[in-house]
Design a protein around this ligand. Structure first.
Ligand SMILES: Cc1cc2nc3c(=O)[nH]c(=O)nc-3n(C[C@H](O)[C@H](O)[C@H](O)COP(=O)(O)OP(=O)(O)OC[C@H]3O[C@@H](n4cnc5c(N)ncnc54)[C@H](O)[C@@H]3O)c2cc1C
Length: 479
């Protein structure tokens, strides 16, 4: 019990027995599968840095709930300082792993539930907040990781859940029993579900009276009977399986589809069941928290891309080229604007009725809109600076081949004094950061698609005060 080391985290996953499929086969040894292991290593970094002096003060904090030191990824924010620390920690981690560390989504769910379960109880005298607090204690005491089961597969997007031809397109209640509920459906793009001990399920959208059966929130272990992890393809996945040309030698990301094939959830793990009018609040809270998280980790990833660009300039002999220095400046200000927006969302946070602090939604969503466009721009700039070998570098196997290797390396040589092997490694890292589909697509869709961010800032912004200011300045008096 208490804080886990990275090794203890990995061993704790080894004791679990989830049902998982990948490339048409059932996988029994999750932890030692190279594709999944690099994702587990990325989450493992959240445990690893808790042991390092440089990061410890940021990662390890005291839980007022269990009065013990905990990993920050298990602590719903109880102050502005906690909100700010989330962003700083995510930036450090984005920089440390150069991809997605995959543990923020669980914290975003815990933070959401710590607000909304309390509010549901106030209205309906239910016991959800107590259920949640017991679950949170368990998570904190055992330093567990959870993934976020939010995105339903959704079928026909123009129809509400209850209007779908196949009602399983949104996760729903199948049976209400004395000891719990049975649910069916599927959640898509489940970041790091096999690197997690628990999956926390929240609704994916606002729900009306007719969609009560879809208003569900709960948590279950990731190896629960009936839960199937179907691991999807990623652009560089077979390289991880091969152990060759990986680019980032340690860390990666994967996002299975999670199928709930009549899964039983005991009542003590249910946090919402039928209170449809709170579904919208769950979605807004989760997605805003998650968009704030992205501002941290993605600015950390741009930091890695800047480091890659600067090193490429060194190895290519272009360090003095002024147009490339300008491009580095363009990358720097993108990282800082993203980070700044997320920090601002934190500093403008407010205390909710349950005592949890919630961020400013307009600023968090503005940060995510910025990310959706500017991560692609930062990537473009990195590729521009590095050169074309980001696209078509020969394989390490060619470099090692006795017939061709010496020629391949001869023609890969860069500036005098630079090591050709290091130049090769650097191009491979640039390729990975630019093209790893599971991570780069999340810049756009992670935390909801771009339109969702835009709709949220329009809805949450104080438009009336802006109009009032304009009318006062123009001398318009409509009364
Ligand atoms: C790499 C990655 C990691 C992710 N990780 C997680 C995770 O850990 N947990 C999780 O729960 N989810 C996760 N997501 C899911 C993410 O939140 C969704 O991808 C996102 O909400 C978009 O949903 P969708 O993929 O179903 O696309 P769609 O909803 O099909 O959207 C496609 C486009 O259609 C538009 N659209 C859709 N419906 C309508 C409509 N009714 N009217 C008008 N326009 C519409 C959208 O705005 C968008 O432009 C992840 C996604 C990615 C790509």
């Amino acid at each position: 019990m208490g804080l886990k080391t990275k090794q203890e985290y990995i061993e704790s996953l080894r004791k679990m027995n989830p049902t998982a499929y990948m490339f048409g086969e059932k996988i029994t040894n999750i932890v030692d599968n190279p594709r999944l292991r690099s994702g587990i290593e990325a989450t493992g970094a959240t445990y690893e840095i808790a042991e390092l002096d440089e990061y410890r003060d940021l990662v390890v904090t005291e839980s007022p709930l269990i009065n013990e030191p905990v990993n920050r990824f298990t602590l719903p924010p109880g102050s502005i300082e906690d909100l700010v620390a989330r962003v700083k920690l995510n930036r450090k981690l984005g920089n440390y792993v150069g991809t997605c560390h995959q543990r923020c989504t669980g914290l975003d769910c815990l933070s959401t539930l710590s607000i909304v379960t309390y509010d549901i109880d106030q209205k309906y005298n239910t016991n959800y907040y107590n259920n949640f607090i017991e679950f949170l204690k368990y998570i904190q005491k055992n330093d567990l990781t959870a993934n976020a089961g939010v995105t339903d597969v959704k079928g026909d997007r123009s129809k509400a859940p209850s209007e779908q031809e196949d009602r399983d397109m949104y996760l729903h209640l199948v049976e209400r029993r004395e000891d719990g509920i049975v649910v069916r459906g599927a959640k898509a793009h489940q970041t790091g579900s096999l690197s997690s001990h628990e999956v926390i399920v929240l609704p994916t959208r606002a729900l009306g009276e007719g969609d009560k059966d879809y208003a569900l929130a709960f948590a279950i272990p990731t190896d629960t009977k009936g839960l199937i992890h179907l691991v999807g393809r990623s652009s560089l996945d077979t390289r991880e399986i091969d152990g060759c040309d990986i680019g980032n030698t340690r860390y990666s990301k994967y996002c299975p589809t999670l199928i709930f094939d009549d899964v039983f959830v005991p009542w003590e793990r249910v946090f919402m069941c039928g209170e449809h009018e709170f579904a919208a609040d769950m979605v807004v809270r989760f997605s805003s928290f998650h968009r704030q998280s992205h501002g941290g980790c993605k600015s950390g990833k741009i930091d890695c891309m800047i480091g890659t660009a600067l090193t490429a300039m060194e190895y290519n002999g272009t360090s003095k080229a002024s147009h490339l220095k300008q491009k580095v400046i363009d990358m720097l200000h993108r990282a800082e604007t993203l980070y700044g927006c997320s920090l601002a969302a934190s500093y403008e946070g407010q205390k909710e009725a349950s005592g949890t602090y919630f961020i400013d939604t307009v600023l968090a969503n503005a940060s995510k809109i910025h990310e959706g466009k500017e991560m692609a721009e930062a990537t473009r700039l990195m590729i521009d600076i590095c050169g074309g070998f980001v696209a078509d570098l020969p394989s390490d196997r060619d470099f090692e081949n006795p017939d061709i290797g010496h020629l391949a390396k001869k023609y890969l040589k860069g500036a005098s004094g630079s090591d050709v092997n290091n130049r090769i490694k650097l191009f491979r890292l640039a390729e990975k950061m630019a093209l790893e589909s599971a991570d780069t697509v999340s810049d756009i869709h992670g935390g909801g698609s771009a339109e969702a961010h835009r709709v949220t800032i329009m809805r949450e912004s104080d438009l009336e005060s802006k109009q009032k200011a304009a009318k006062r300045l123009a001398g318009i008096d409509e009364k």
